[in-house]
Unconditional design. Structure first.
Length: 265
């Protein structure tokens, strides 16, 4: 099943979605996909005029492939302009992922500010080598994405680099408008930047993830290349903290992301 098929499955029956092994990330399912499926269930419960402004995601336990997952949604509060929503993904009666989302209507404001594009050091895509999918060496879910590496050291190269980045898009997604569910997958597709410090593979996982979406949305499609840029801000005692941004091909900001990552090695 491709990304579009899985989103449709979550929309049709959020009480029982099975993620195929081809979307695995080690013993767990790809976190970006799990977050996207939970978001899809949440999006259906909120008025379309209220756009998603931010998601705060906690990965409580691995989501096993080939085992049904339930995506529950609870409306915490619906105010005059903002709706607060809690999503719970569970498997075999155990909560695996929590997502707290804020959905809000646009408001009139005199405040208007946007920073210029900030992905310094990322080479043009034509000069950035494609990251090939190697079965058995890379996480299975990467077969569904295209990545061109344009900045920083590759995972397990043993070359410390505070920033990584490049270009990303879904490989087998049906053509259509790019939405927040796609953005979740594109941002989380990238490995933690601190893996470049390591000289050999070591267990690692995302602990928490917050992502904020810029509105109004840009008119992009699922076939457009997006630019990813991430910086490791601090790492110690087996935990790393990373700030990242996703941009359009023209450099316009799409989303702002922060992750806390655990690394055993």
């Amino acid at each position: 099943m491709n990304f579009t098929d899985l989103l449709a499955a979550a929309a049709d029956n959020p009480a029982a979605v099975t993620i195929p092994t081809e979307w695995a990330q080690g013993r767990a399912s790809f976190g970006g996909l799990v977050a996207a499926l939970q978001y899809q269930a949440m999006r259906r419960r909120v008025d379309a005029a209220r756009q998603v402004r931010s998601l705060a995601i906690t990965f409580v336990a691995p989501v096993a492939p080939e085992v049904p997952v339930t995506f529950d949604v609870e409306i915490l509060r619906e105010g005059s302009s903002v709706t607060q929503v809690l999503g719970r993904a569970s498997q075999n009666g155990q909560v695996t992922t929590l997502v707290q989302g804020s959905f809000g209507v646009s408001r009139d404001s005199v405040v208007l500010y946007g920073q210029p594009p900030c992905y310094e050091g990322v080479k043009p895509r034509e000069q950035s080598p494609a990251l090939p999918f190697v079965k058995g060496v890379m996480p299975d879910f990467l077969q569904h994405l295209e990545i061109h590496w344009g900045l920083g050291s590759l995972p397990y190269s043993g070359v410390p680099a505070p920033a990584i980045g490049g270009y990303v898009r879904l490989r087998d997604c049906q053509p259509g408008p790019l939405n927040e569910a796609h953005v979740l997958a594109l941002v989380d597709a990238w490995p933690p930047g601190l893996l470049g410090w390591l000289k050999k593979p070591a267990p690692h996982s995302s602990l928490t993830w917050t992502i904020e979406f810029i509105h109004p949305q840009l008119s992009l499609t699922t076939h457009d290349w997006c630019i990813y840029h991430a910086e490791v801000e601090h790492a110690n005692n087996g935990y790393g903290h990373t700030a990242a941004t996703l941009h359009s091909p023209e450099g316009e900001l799409i989303a702002i992301s922060r992750q806390t990552v655990t690394v055993f090695g």
